[in-house]
Design a protein around this ligand. Structure first.
Ligand SMILES: *Cc1c(COP(=O)(O)O)cnc(C)c1O
Length: 381
């Protein structure tokens, strides 16, 4: 993966000058910092960043510069990354299943907040983690819809089990907290309402005052032109419901967005290698590369086509099927895209809102995946 040192005005200036043969992902530090400020100013609690979403050093550094003081980490590798780039930041180790060696390393690196969703993993933490000043946050799940991809399928205790775990964590001397994740790209703010009300129930059931409530990630980014992310409305709803549900026992709130922070700070450009018999568009990137998430979360319709000179094509739209470069037949953008009828070999397909789960999950399958990161002042084509 190459990182170009120059700062370009916008993606098309880069395309005109470089004519990249490899896929490029354009990063706008100012868009990222503005997203961070929107969360810090608007969210009624502490804002942390889910590192897995995009662990690029430029992302971590810009978020830290914008005032993000906490990070949700899932592995010793992510813990070491943050300790190196933001040494004083709070680390929330919110992967609820850990090997003993991973726990030992995290204790060594001064992790003070741990999530858990099972009795066996809780006993492991109680055995291996010194309780003083340390938080254990019980992750629970509800059968709630609203997200593009449900995170409750793998992690999260039922409400009943969560109450038992919370009680046990408090009795063992840990700071007792709760956490949930409504699922990624969650466009329905009411998913948070159900979770926050259930959290208050869990606290009452356990007879424990919940110190902090982490309302997860899940905040959407702008994928579909017609669906604007309702971030401020969601913040207001979380604030109101937390007070209603907990009254004077309201816990401190934490959020851990990934996509909501970095999704719109990156725009992706793939070169058209060929248009096979007028209908099948073959790109130099696909689902084994930076477009890995499209089959899981759905296609983005914020797409533009520019020619090899970087000039936007502005013709009528026609149906095209879009494939990635590998020889695997699943390497195809889901569904059919409406693209400019004149799309031709040597053009570039530009997809906005591609900062989340793209760089991090890019593979080298079939010898592709050589992704360049280019910094731009503006993401406008
Ligand atoms: C992936 C993840 C996040 C970030 O989710 P987004 O939907 O990208 O905001 C936050 N918390 C946990 C525990 C996660 O696993």
């Amino acid at each position: 993966m190459g990182l170009s040192k120059t700062i370009w005005s916008n993606p098309t200036e880069f395309i005109r000058n470089v004519r990249p043969e490899n896929p490029v992902i354009f990063f706008s530090p100012s868009v990222l910092q503005a997203a961070a400020r929107r969360f810090i100013d608007g969210f009624p609690g502490m804002v942390t960043y889910a590192v897995k979403t995009n662990p690029s050093e430029v992302v971590i550094e810009n978020l830290a510069a914008a005032g993000v003081r906490g990070f949700d980490v899932a592995s010793p590798g992510e813990i070491r990354l943050i300790r190196r780039l933001a040494p004083d930041a709070a680390l929330h180790y919110n992967n609820p299943v850990r090997a003993r060696a991973e726990i030992a390393e995290a204790v060594e690196l001064k992790v003070k907040s741990w999530s858990v969703d099972s009795a066996s993993e809780l006993e492991k933490l109680i055995e291996l983690v010194p309780a003083d000043d340390c938080e254990i946050s019980v992750r629970f799940k509800l059968p709630v819809a609203g997200a593009a991809y449900n995170f409750g399928a793998k992690f999260g205790a039922t409400v009943e089990l969560a109450a038992q775990l919370l009680k046990r964590a408090a009795e063992a001397g840990f700071i007792p907290s709760l956490t949930f994740h409504p699922g990624t790209q969650c466009t329905d703010p009411h998913a948070w309402e159900a979770y926050i009300r259930a959290a208050a129930e869990i606290g009452r059931e356990a007879g424990v005052t919940v110190a902090r409530l982490n309302v997860g990630g899940g905040f959407p980014n702008h994928r579909l032109q017609a669906v604007l992310p309702q971030i401020d409305e969601t913040f207001a709803l979380i604030d109101r419901v937390a007070t209603e549900a907990f009254g004077d026992q309201r816990p401190m709130l934490v959020c851990e967005p990934g996509r909501g922070l970095c999704g719109d700070a990156f725009t992706h450009a793939a070169k058209v290698k060929a248009v096979r018999d007028g209908t099948h568009v073959f790109l130099n990137d696909g689902v084994y590369g930076a477009l890995a998430e499209l089959p899981l979360v759905g296609i983005i319709d914020r797409i533009e086509v520019v020619d090899g000179e970087g000039r936007p094509r502005q013709g009528a739209l026609e149906i095209r099927i879009v494939f990635g470069p590998t020889c695997d037949s699943v390497d195809r953008v889901p569904g059919e895209l409406m693209l400019d009828e004149g799309i031709a070999e040597g053009d570039y397909l530009i997809i906005h809102g591609m900062g989340a789960y793209s760089i991090a999950t890019n593979t080298r399958f079939n010898g592709f995946g050589d992704l360049t990161i280019a910094t731009v002042l503006s993401l406008k084509v």
